[in-house]
Ligand binder design. Structure first.
Ligand code: PMP
Length: 283
């Protein structure tokens, strides 16, 4: 087992030794944001996009950015360099810091900055080859899902509902329209076109959303961003989810029924291949 070295407020130390005070507002209120960025063969993947989203999340909850771009980049690369795994993902978290418990922002608090690199294991072969099962659920989360907040109770309960139903992910619906998964964006294929919901306050705009836009454009696959009805999801030829750790994975069962042919389809295969080529090319 490799010892994991993490970075807490500028100090590099073993994971087991990292401690945060109980009055940290991340612990007390979930008052913080996070980011997850993959790295392949020691090279960060889509780092400028991840860094830009980190800064948008900080600004959205009014935490002053504790580092400039160069300092963030140096921190993340140093962490990756400390570990032997070829493929890693870096988890970054910034909370509003430690203060006496009061909902309003403290007058004085220094943000808590935590960073951790972990081994990025490939998606299991069975899921690559056969796809995953998902369940549909009402989206019961708040209306700022565009902020990558550590307040993830709605996502946690949704994922557990999927696991309880023997599925790997959920597809959530608000007012009859598709939003996203508990930790992924969702893509619907009908008649060769890829559809994804509008990237507004109801979903987190995945870094893979921008990547899939590019891969579809390059591969001549039509892609449309527009509200997607539940009925369209249920009648899909193919369904896919995307995230930093899953890349893109086919959803082949929804609520116990096969999706389309019940096997990962041609659009999934084309996008998966294109994704691997983008990794090879470094972005
Ligand atoms: N939506 C949610 C709720 C997520 O947690 C994630 C994973 N971070 C995504 C979408 C996909 O985002 P990304 O492609 O940046 O991993």
């Amino acid at each position: 087992m490799t010892t994991q070295t993490v970075c807490l407020n500028g100090e590099f130390l073993p994971l087991e030794e990292a401690r945060v005070p109980v009055l940290d507002r991340g612990f007390i209120f979930g008052d913080g944001i996070y980011e997850v960025v993959p790295s392949y063969g020691g090279r960060l993947f889509r780092w400028p996009q991840h860094l830009a989203r980190l800064k948008r999340s900080l600004a959205a909850i009014r935490i002053a950015n504790p580092h400039d771009d160069d300092a963030w980049t140096a921190l993340v690369n140093r962490l990756i360099g400390l570990h032997p795994w070829p493929d890693q993902f870096v988890y970054l978290q910034v909370t509003r810091g430690v203060a006496r418990r009061d909902h309003a922002f403290p007058a004085q608090a220094t943000p808590t900055v935590f960073a951790m690199a972990s081994e990025l294991a490939p998606v299991p072969a069975a899921q690559r080859e056969g796809g995953i099962a998902a369940v549909s659920l009402p989206d019961e989360r708040w209306l700022h899902c565009d902020i990558k907040s550590v307040s993830l109770l709605g996502n946690v309960l949704a994922r557990q509902a999927a696991v309880d139903a023997g599925a790997a992910e959920c597809l959530m619906f608000r007012d009859g329209f598709l939003t996203e998964g508990s930790s992924s964006n969702v893509w619907v294929v009908r008649n060769g076109t890829v559809f994804g919901p509008p990237r507004d306050h109801r979903i987190l705009e995945g870094i893979r959303a921008g990547l899939l836009d590019e891969l579809c454009a390059r591969g001549g696959i039509p892609m449309q961003t527009r509200p997607v009805l539940r009925e369209e999801v249920l009648a899909a030829d193919e369904l896919m989810v995307s995230s930093a750790t899953k890349e893109v994975v086919a959803v082949t069962r929804l609520d116990g029924r096969p999706v389309g042919s019940g096997r990962p389809g041609p659009v999934y295969h084309a996008l998966y291949q294109a994704y691997q080529a983008a990794k090879q090319a470094g972005g």
